[in-house]
Design a protein around this ligand. Structure first.
Ligand SMILES: NC(=O)C1=CN([C@@H]2O[C@H](COP(=O)(O)OP(=O)(O)OC[C@H]3O[C@@H](n4cnc5c(N)ncnc54)[C@H](OP(=O)(O)O)[C@@H]3O)[C@@H](O)[C@H]2O)C=CC1
Ligand SMILES: O=CCCC(=O)O
Length: 335
């Protein structure tokens, strides 16, 4: 991937109130890469070093960004610190020491806590700084965070991502952004390091809405795929062949080909935790409710993920939702 081999020149620090972009040539490790004169903001913070935050932060570091990290569980920062990242003891301190701060948190509550709580990022922000929340949350949560951030004088962008652990590692995420347009332009070079594309969707809440619609579809697709795998097996078909057939037709999706074989082995290595998929379905149901849009398929899928959670599968990959159908079958057979 040519565009991922940027080696950004180190420039003098921005003053804390300056976010303007420099027009300085950037050197690239790969010949033939597209040349740009955009220079990313020099001091970048990253809050939330989980499954997604870790590879995203790693890619920024690899690109030569001056990176400061924080995570509730500090040990998860250690590999990044070993690679040269700085560490601060609170979101407030990260935001105070950086021009741009990214946040990749689990859910609405943690996103609000980290942005707005005691020692939250907002306390360290001010005019000229930017806060980019890449967590998957609902629009109301995003607006709440935006209000608090902007009251500090800083700019706010919501930028949830489509793409899972592997795309995050490969810098192939899709950013679904909304909010401050100038901040979108400013952080564009950083988003390009972590992703393959970016959409600017308008006012705060629209990025969150797009993300929830996409994940609503994905959650229903996975539930339906699970039913298909189990039904094929019950009627004497080889589910591995089903995966191959599906992969060659109109309903082909990378998700089926990559997760199908391990699902058949009852193996669910976590890329996207099941608890987060259920959270997204729950938030999508709220979004649909707000505009009186019926989404019965997603509602049914949500129930299945809730059953899987009750079976202790929250931290497994969301493909473990198939287990909820297995136990249902066993239950009805035993009656
Ligand atoms: N995994 C995926 O494929 C994708 C996930 N997403 C979304 O990205 C976000 C992060 O997902 P992912 O990285 O997979 O999840 P993880 O569960 O791996 O990471 C969650 C992060 O949130 C932190 N956190 C949780 N609760 C709190 C809290 N109360 N206070 C402070 N920090 C907290 C965790 O800290 P700690 O380490 O201390 O627990 C961790 O850094 C979610 O919103 C998810 O829906 C979006 C696209 C793809
Ligand atoms: O929110 C998680 C999305 C996972 C994916 O897009 O593959």
């Amino acid at each position: 991937m040519l565009k991922k081999s940027f080696v950004f020149q180190r420039l003098p620090m921005f003053s804390s109130h300056s976010l303007k972009r420099f027009s300085v040539p950037i050197s690239y490790a790969s010949p033939g890469a597209q040349v740009t004169t955009e220079q990313p903001p020099s001091r970048v913070g990253f809050l939330g070093i989980g499954i997604m935050g870790s590879p995203m932060a790693h890619n920024l570091l690899k690109a030569g960004i001056d990176l400061t990290v924080w995570n509730r569980t500090k040990t998860k920062c250690d590999p990044l610190i070993t690679l040269g990242a700085k560490y601060k003891a609170s979101p407030e301190e990260v935001a105070a020491s950086c021009d741009i701060t990214f946040a990749m948190l689990a859910d609405p509550q943690s996103a609000v806590d980290v942005a707005c709580g005691k020692h939250g990022a907002a306390n360290g922000l001010g005019p000229g700084k930017g806060y980019v929340d890449v967590s998957t949350v609902d629009g109301d949560t995003s607006k709440l965070i935006s209000g608090r951030i902007k009251s500090s004088g800083a700019s706010f962008l919501e930028a949830p991502v489509s793409g899972s652990k592997k795309p995050a590692e490969d810098g192939q995420l899709i950013f679904l952004t909304a909010g401050d347009r100038n901040l979108y332009e400013t952080v564009g070079p950083l988003l390009d390091i972590m992703g393959k594309s970016k959409f600017y969707l308008g006012d705060v809440g629209q990025g969150a809405a797009m993300k929830l619609v996409v994940n609503m579809i994905m959650g229903s697709m996975m539930a339906s795929f699970s039913e298909g795998l189990l039904l094929s097996e019950k009627v004497g078909l080889d589910p591995n062949v089903l995966v191959k057939v599906v992969s060659q037709g109109a309903i082909s999706a990378p998700m089926y080909s990559t997760k199908g074989p391990s699902m058949i082995q009852s193996n669910y290595p976590t890329a996207f935790p099941l608890k987060h998929q259920q959270k997204d379905l729950r938030l999508a149901l709220g979004l649909a409710e707000s505009v009186s849009q019926p989404i019965p398929i997603a509602a049914a899928a949500n129930e299945l993920y809730k059953v899987a959670k009750s079976q202790g599968l929250s931290d497994h990959d969301f493909s473990a939702v198939i287990e909820a159908l297995k136990s249902k079958f066993q239950h009805s057979e035993n009656q």
